[in-house]
Design a protein. Structure first.
Length: 135
C-alpha cells in the first residue's frame, strides 16, 4: 500500500515595517506587538473585537464577577478562572493545556527576563492548572 505525503505549506506575510517582536508580550520593556500581528503567532484566552470589547478566544467564556469564575476575596484580592475550549492544539498537533499557561506565566514573571514588573504580571500572585482545561 502506497503512502501519500502531504505537500509542505508555507505562510508568507508582508508588513509595512519589520516587527519589533512576534511575542505576545515582548521580553523588552516598552516593546509591544500590534494586536493583529500578535494573534498570528500568540493566541490568548481572550481578544478585543473591533469595538474594543473583550471576547473569549481560547477560553470557553470570559470570567463573570461574583461567580466561580471571578471571585473577590475578603482581603480585596481576586481569583479568576478560565476554562479552555476543548481540543485546543499547538501547530504541531500537541494538546494545548492549562500547564502551558502556567509555564508562560513562570517565564514572563521571572525577574531576570525583565517582565515581572509589567502588567499584568506585577499584580498576579500565581497561575495554577487544577486540570488540563482550567487556568
Amino acid at each position: 500500500m502506497a503512502t501519500t505525503t502531504q505537500p509542505s505549506k508555507t505562510l508568507v506575510l508582508m508588513t509595512r515595517s519589520e516587527p519589533d517582536t512576534l511575542a505576545g508580550t515582548s521580553m523588552t520593556p516598552g516593546v509591544t506587538s500590534t494586536g493583529g500581528r500578535r494573534r498570528l503567532f500568540n493566541a490568548g484566552l481572550a481578544l478585543l473585537d473591533g469595538d474594543a470589547r473583550p471576547l473569549p478566544y481560547l477560553a470557553e467564556a470570559l470570567p463573570q464577577l461574583n461567580t466561580d469564575s471571578w471571585r473577590v476575596l475578603p482581603d480585596g484580592r481576586m481569583e479568576t478562572t478560565y476554562r479552555l475550549r476543548p481540543n485546543l492544539a499547538w501547530h504541531g498537533g500537541h494538546d494545548l493545556t492549562a500547564d502551558d499557561f502556567v509555564f508562560a506565566y513562570r517565564v514572563y514573571s521571572t525577574p531576570e527576563l525583565g517582565r515581572a514588573g509589567a502588567e499584568p504580571f506585577n499584580v498576579m500572585e500565581a497561575v495554577t492548572a487544577p486540570d488540563p482545561r482550567t487556568v
